[in-house]
Design a protein around this ligand. Structure first.
Ligand code: ATP
Ligand code: MG
Length: 318
């Protein structure tokens, strides 16, 4: 079983608004509303990829009820802790004329210490039957930035492989707890290592630094694929996977689909280069669909054949 954790679950509303401009009144030509939050998107993609997955986290109020109902309607196994405050609604406006996308995320609920304790108990219970656990997204208000770090330690001691896809403080502190995999995008990676990447050499240095900070494997997603330092301290492989970017329908959640592809391939024991190849294909395929974590698995398999994977030399660093 794979667990996905979403502490900022939401209803994700996506609106297609041609010629979107600030300060104007618009009418959307298409709209979708689905359960979201990064971990939920990962769970949706994992389910469609045929992997056993359960989504957990916290959800509250009428929006929280809708999140759980929608997950259940999609037949995504879920076990969330109900909280007192209302879960958020996140809105993305996609302009089909430019492909540009604007996101507005509500602040979200505060989680009380007692609610958080219930969640931690639930997670540790679920983890007894899990092989992998994915922590995705930001932390809600009221939750200490050390939470992921603490949970990574607990789950790893139970033999669960742990994936962390977050940003800022929770990612920085969480990486020190030695998660199995981190998968920031380029901006998040720059912030994590503390410098900008001007060229490929900087990017290669960046993934090495992420491993030095504690991650066993570091995967940085790029617009054109990813750069990953995989393996463990015995043997490390530096892999670059490339696929020419195509005209997206919506890029919302492409990183989540990417991660689901990687986790699905790894969970089924595929070799590292196949895992990144499939991940890039899933990320790219998901951009052809409106809705985060939505992808066509057969198309993803086909696209995987088009991904160019190359092995770079993993430089020995202190
Ligand atoms: N226009 C595109 N065409 C093809 N593939 C794309 C396109 N945009 C993104 N991707 C793929 O999606 C994957 C994830 O991209 P990105 O770095 O944007 O993730 P992210 O910023 O973490 O996204 P998210 O908002 O889901 O967190 C990458 O592997 C990239 O190759
Ligand atoms: Mg991301």
């Amino acid at each position: 079983m794979i667990i996905t954790v979403t502490l900022n679950a939401a209803i994700d509303k996506t609106l297609a608004v041609p010629n979107f401009r600030l300060g104007r009144r618009h009418r959307s030509v298409e709209q979708t509303s689905m359960a979201g939050g990064k971990g939920v998107n990962v769970a949706r993609a994992l389910k469609v990829l045929g992997q056993p997955v359960i989504a957990t986290g916290v959800s509250g109020g009428p929006t929280g009820t809708r999140i759980i109902e929608q997950l259940t309607d999609e037949a995504i196994l879920n076990d969330f802790v109900r909280i007192r405050e209302e879960s958020r609604t996140s809105t993305a406006v996609v302009d089909p004329t430019t492909g540009e996308q604007t996101e507005i995320n509500e602040r979200g609920p505060t989680v009380s210490p007692a609610e958080l304790e219930l969640f931690v108990d639930k997670l540790l219970y679920l983890a007894k039957g899990a092989g992998m656990c994915v922590f995705s997204g930001s932390l809600p208000r009221g939750v200490d930035a050390e939470l992921y770090s603490h949970l990574i330690g607990e789950l790893k001691s139970m033999g669960v492989a742990v994936v962390l896809d977050s940003e800022g403080e929770p990612l920085r502190i969480g990486t020190r707890a030695e998660p199995t995999i981190i998968s920031p995008n380029e901006l998040e990676a720059e912030e994590l290592v503390g410098h900008e990447f001007a060229d490929d050499e900087d990017r290669v240095t960046g993934v090495h630094e992420m491993v030095e900070l504690g991650a066993q494997e570091a995967i940085m997603t790029l617009r054109t694929g990813c750069l990953a330092l995989l393996g463990d301290e015995h043997e490390r492989t530096l892999v670059s996977a490339r696929l020419d970017p195509d005209e997206p329908v919506s890029k919302v959640g492409s990183g989540d689909a990417f991660l689901a592809g990687y986790v699905a391939a790894r969970y089924t024991g595929r070799p590292p280069e196949d895992c990144v190849r499939f991940a890039v294909a899933c990320g790219a395929e998901s951009t052809k669909h409106f809705g985060a974590g939505v992808l066509d698995p057969r198309e993803a398999e086909r696209l995987a054949g088009e991904v160019e994977v190359s092995h770079l030399l993993a430089t020995a660093r202190k």
